[in-house]
Design a binder for this molecule. Sequence first.
Ligand code: SF4
Length: 59
Amino acid sequence: MKAFVDEDTCIGCGVCESLCPDVFKLGEDGKAHVIANDCSAGCCEDAKDSCPTGAISLK
Ligand code: SF4
C-alpha cells in the first residue's frame, strides 16, 4: 500500500507527520509529502483518518 497526498487539498497542518513521521513530511512548500514507498504501518490509516481535509488516500 502506498500513501498519496492531494496537494490542492492539504493545508499543511502537520497532523500526518506527527502521527506517521516515517511516511509523511512537511515540505518547504507548506504541503505534506510522502517520503516512503510502502505504507503498511498502521499509522498511515491513523493519518488518513485524522487528516482534517481528507487529503490523504491509500492505494
Ligand atoms: S494531515 Fe492532511 S492537511 Fe494536514 S498536513 Fe497532512 S495531508 Fe496535509
